[in-house]
Structure formats: structure tokens, C-alpha cells
Design a protein around this ligand. Structure first.
Ligand code: FEO
Length: 401
């Protein structure tokens, strides 16, 4: 691990986890990830912002030592999850004068999970400050991005906002800054989809709260820093809004091609009518890709064969994930095929999406007994017509842009 200069008297210590494949044993990582810590030296005091994931602790302590750090006053913890806080006990042991600066909720979680003694904490509230002499931190509580303890720290003189998970990306890169914004946008969208999307009401509120700050740089806890903050702020404003795009996502599984025939017909007809469509064959699929596609989409159609007296388990898992991620989708439907017990397929999927029932209009299902017949395709035409009509205002708005 190396220390690199983020700004005058501010070093970035990035633990690069190039080959990590899974986060929280759940989230697939395409490009590894990073755990970012920042060393801020004021004229009187010195502070770390976040630490790193425990497997990197030894490297991290060595990198800190190589910066010449002899005395540390504060460790600012914006979030208690251990990919950022896990090295705090080792840092406290190495720098016995240091105190952990955080909000009460984060302090409680850190005591519970890491056993840090109560007298090592300085608790801060909304708007409170911490002076390092010629540098001043302002703390702003931003709960539920994505835990109840989350906050951000604004370094006023340098106009840098330290955000931990907020605005992060799972992207291991030797770039300290987001120089390739196209690449970072893809990684940040996946990250938003998998971690932040269920909390977008909170995110909108926090974006409003942070709007008055004069920000020259955003320094997150994962992925490159943003020297052009509007890039990521604009993306977050769009992703967290309730405005959907005229786009249909079709997660599907097919055993004997009957469901595939329905999916292909649906996809072709919707494309003919100008809608963006993305089918996902879920066999071996990357759920992170599906999650990212749900960030903007207006419509989701689950397509499943009947198996084991219900929908295919991969479809149930995709429906469960969709329900948990709470995307802004407005319309949903189920299509598929069965040999017997067809209604069970649709009912189970709709039940699994129960968390979306207040925001989603469910169109009637189209389920075929075996190979789709001409009558089945007529039913599918009826569904296609409903999807197109529902999306017409969004199509018109997109055309007007
Ligand atoms: Fe990157 Fe919620 O931890």
C-alpha cells in the first residue's frame, strides 16, 4: 500500500483489493474494490478519515508509519461497517492518544462489533465541528446510506467531502481520481443499485442537505475520488429520483424453450414499438448486472417455467432481489409456461414482490400450457399493448428531450 497526495497535507491510503469476487458474500465484484483511508494533517492536530478492511491492517499500519506519522489525534469514522472500521482497534493500539470521532449511533455499533472502549470516543452531532488548527471538519449525519449510522465529513478549508460508502464504487484501479468517468459511472451505478437503491428517499433528502456545501472534491470510501463532484452528484440525483426510463427488463429462465419463445416475441414487439428492452437469462447470470438495469427501468416482466410446483428458483431469487432493492419500477407482469399448476407460477412471483405493491401496476399474466399457441401470442399482444400504452408518456418525454 502506498500513500498518495490527494490535496495539500492530505494523503490517500488506498487498500486495493484487486481480486475480491464477492462483497458481503452476496454482491458480485467485477473489478475488485478498494478501502480508502485519508490522512489529514492540520497545523495542530492530525486525523485519519476511515481505516481499512482487516486483512489489510498490517500493510496499512506500515504505510502509515512510512508517512512519518508519529502521533495521531483522531480517527474519524463515518460508518461502522468493518470494511472501513475493521482496522480501528489496531490503529488505536499503535497510536494510544488517538480518539475515535463519530456520531452516537456509529459509536454504539463500533463498541458492539469491535469492542472499542467507551473512553476512546468523541461523539459528534449534526453540524458540529472538529478543528485541526488550520483545517476544520464539519459533520453531517446522513443516516441510511446504507446503515443507520452513516455520516459525511466536510473539510471546509479544502472543500473536500469525505463520504465513505455514499458515492462509492467497487472499482480497484491505480487511478487515485476518477479520470475515466465512463468506467467509474458503470461501477458507481452497480454499487448504487446493490447497496443504496432501497434507500433512495433518504438519499434524495441528503442530496438536498448537502447542496449548500461548496464542494471541490468528493473522497469516498470505495473507488476513485471525484475531482469533478458534479459528475457523481448528477448521476445520484437521476438515479435516486422517481423518474423512470421507458425500459423493460425481462429476467427469464427457460427449460424447453417455451418460455424463451414468449420472451423473444415480447422483446421483438416491444423493440418495434420503440421501447428499450433488456432480457436476462438468469442461468449463471450476474445479479449485479440485473440490479443495475433496475435503477432506471419503468417495467419488469418475469418469465418462468413451472418447476417443483412453482416458479423456477432462479426467478424466485430475482424477484426476491427486486423486492429487496425496491427499484422505481411502475409496471410488472409475469409470463411463462407450464405443464400443470400454471397459476402458482404467477402467484408466487407476485407474492414475492409484495413490497412493491403500492407503487407497481401488475398486468395480467400470460401463461401457456406447453408450447405457445396462436391464442397465447394474442394474449401476449394484449400484454404488449398494455406495456406500450403505460410507457407512452415516458416515451413522449424521452422524445421531447
Ligand atoms: Fe463499505 Fe457499508 O461499508
Amino acid at each position: 500500500m502506498i500513500a498518495r497526495q490527494l490535496a495539500p497535507d492530505i494523503l490517500s491510503l488506498v487498500a486495493l483489493d484487486w481480486d475480491r469476487k464477492l462483497f458481503d458474500q452476496l454482491v458480485p465484484l467485477h473489478d475488485g474494490t478498494t478501502y480508502n483511508s485519508y490522512l489529514v494533517r492540520g497545523s495542530e492536530k492530525t486525523a485519519l478519515v476511515e481505516t481499512v478492511y482487516p486483512p489489510f491492517t498490517a500493510d496499512y499500519l506500515e504505510a502509515l508509519r512510512k508517512t512519518g506519522l508519529r502521533k495521531l489525534d483522531y480517527i474519524i469514522a463515518n460508518h461502522a461497517e468493518q470494511d472501513h472500521s475493521g482496522s480501528i482497534p489496531a490503529v488505536l493500539a499503535a497510536y494510544p492518544e488517538a480518539k475515535v470521532v463519530t456520531n452516537a449511533r456509529c459509536a454504539g455499533l463500533l463498541r458492539d462489533s469491535l469492542g472499542i472502549a467507551a473512553d476512546r470516543f468523541i461523539e459528534v452531532k449534526e453540524g458540529e465541528t472538529l478543528s485541526l488548527g488550520n483545517k476544520t471538519f464539519y459533520f453531517h449525519l446522513t443516516p441510511w446510506v446504507h446503515w443507520p449510522d452513516t455520516m459525511v465529513s466536510y473539510l471546509a478549508e479544502d472543500k473536500i467531502l469525505f463520504t465513505c460508502d455514499f458515492f462509492g464504487s467497487h472499482l480497484a484501479s491505480s487511478d487515485l481520481f476518477a479520470s475515466d468517468e465512463g468506467q467509474v459511472a458503470i461501477a458507481a451505478k452497480r454499487y448504487y443499485a446493490e447497496i443504496m437503491m432501497p434507500f433512495r428517499q433518504h438519499i434524495r433528502k441528503h442530496l438536498d442537505k448537502l447542496a449548500p456545501l461548496d464542494i471541490d472534491m468528493i473522497a469516498p470510501g470505495h473507488g476513485p475520488a471525484y475531482p469533478r463532484p458534479e459528475f457523481i452528484l448528477d448521476l445520484y440525483r437521476r438515479w435516486a429520483s422517481e423518474e423512470a426510463e421507458p425500459e423493460v427488463i425481462v429476467p427469464y429462465v427457460s427449460m424447453y424453450d417455451d418460455t424463451t419463445r414468449l420472451v423473444r416475441y415480447l422483446v421483438d414487439r416491444l423493440m418495434e414499438r420503440g421501447l428499450a428492452v433488456r432480457p436476462y437469462n438468469l442461468v449463471g447470470a450476474d445479479t449485479g448486472h440485473l440490479a443495475a438495469s433496475l435503477v432506471d427501468a419503468s417495467t419488469v416482466v418475469f418469465a418462468s417455467p413451472a418447476v417443483l410446483a412453482g416458479p423456477h428458483p432462479d426467478i424466485v431469487a430475482a424477484a426476491y432481489l427486486t423486492n429487496a432493492l425496491k427499484p422505481k419500477v411502475k409496471y410488472a407482469a409475469v409470463i411463462g409456461s407450464y405443464g400443470w399448476g400454471g397459476n402458482v407460477v404467477a402467484n408466487r412471483i407476485v407474492e414475492t414482490l409484495s413490497g412493491l405493491k403500492n407503487q407497481v401496476t401488475f398486468f395480467d399474466s400470460v401463461l401457456t400450457k406447453g408450447r405457445p399457441t396462436s391464442e397465447d401470442y394474442q394474449s401476449l399482444d394484449r400484454l404488449i399493448k398494455e406495456i406500450v400504452a403505460a410507457n407512452q408518456p415516458l416515451l413522449a418525454a424521452a422524445a421531447a428531450d
